[in-house]
Design a protein around this ligand. Structure first.
Ligand SMILES: [Zn+2]
Ligand SMILES: [Zn+2]
Length: 285
């Protein structure tokens, strides 16, 4: 039995520890594959994306470790890339030129403040409220709809291999009730997005980053049935920012998937995503 993880960070962006620390930990955990996916550079300053000048070093280091640990574990080279209209996308030329094994595409930014600053929706609650009030005049429904609109734009025009934390916009509902996740308009947004993902053939990760902290996963179990019906390939990813969190929540999420009749995950093999059987303790060899 073994696990794979295709979404994780390191000291090149906002993760803790060297890439090699993650690889060593993954070997200890008898994992088959570890994909390294730091936040790709964006053309403005943030405190969590990789500075542009560090990209060549990152790409070289992952390639070096891929070779060094060949035979022990498969190390894959990736980036988590943002989608911002006319600014960056998973199909940006510098992403193409990075010779990645696969790309994770995620929405973190939703529109801009008056001064041009991009609004990151997954920061602190205070930051979220600021954008909600200043950019969207307090209209949470408009924020959520815009988030999914951007996600679908990304999938339509610059489809990544893996769609990162598909419904992350719900995260602040945990701090304070903002909108009803059972409301038809919300369910419709998720449904439309998943239908487009199915049409384009992208993989949906079940992102466990927050699971141990507050029980949230993205997308949540309420959407597993739709994933199943649409036959969407799934992988469980930890989006870890520390080597100790490499497979956080995997067993619990595997159990939830199995309970809803999902009995296949997808693994990346020689450039293709292939279905594999799994149990609560991991992928069946
Ligand atoms: Zn992300
Ligand atoms: Zn991430």
């Amino acid at each position: 039995m073994r696990w794979t993880n295709y979404h994780g960070h390191c000291e090149y962006c906002d993760g803790k520890g060297r890439i090699e620390d993650y690889v060593i930990k993954a070997i200890e955990l008898k994992m088959a594959t570890i994909g390294i996916s730091s936040h790709a550079p964006v053309p403005f300053e943030t405190n969590w994306t990789m500075p542009e000048g560090n990209l060549p070093g990152y790409l070289q280091e992952v390639a070096f470790l891929k070779d060094k640990y060949k035979g022990e574990i498969e190390v894959l080279r990736s980036l988590e890339v943002d989608y911002i209209p006319d600014t960056i996308s998973p199909k940006a030329s510098f992403i193409d030129e990075s010779s990645l094994d696969y790309v994770v595409g995620s929405i973190h930014f939703v529109d801009q403040f008056e001064d041009g600053q991009h609004w990151a929706i997954d920061g602190s609650f205070a930051e979220f409220e600021k954008g909600l009030n200043e950019i969207f005049k307090g209209d949470i429904k408009a924020v959520v709809k815009r988030y999914f609109e951007l996600e679908r734009e990304m999938i339509q025009h610059a489809c990544p291999d893996i769609v990162g934390h598909m419904d992350k916009i719900k995260m602040h509902n945990k701090t304070k009730f903002l909108f009803d996740e059972k409301a038809q308009w919300y369910v419709d947004e998720v449904q439309k997005t998943l239908e487009l993902i199915a049409e384009k053939g992208a993989v949906v990760e079940i992102n466990t980053k927050a699971f141990k902290r507050n029980g949230l996963i993205f997308p949540g179990p309420e959407h597993f049935n739709t994933l199943k019906k649409l036959n969407i390939p799934i992988t469980i990813n930890s989006d870890c920012h520390h080597p100790d969190k490499l497979i956080n929540g995997f067993e619990e999420v595997a159990e939830m998937l199995l309970e809803q009749g999902i009995d296949q995950l997808h693994e990346f093999h020689e450039g293709k995503w292939v279905p594999v059987a799994f149990e609560k303790e991991g992928i069946v060899i």
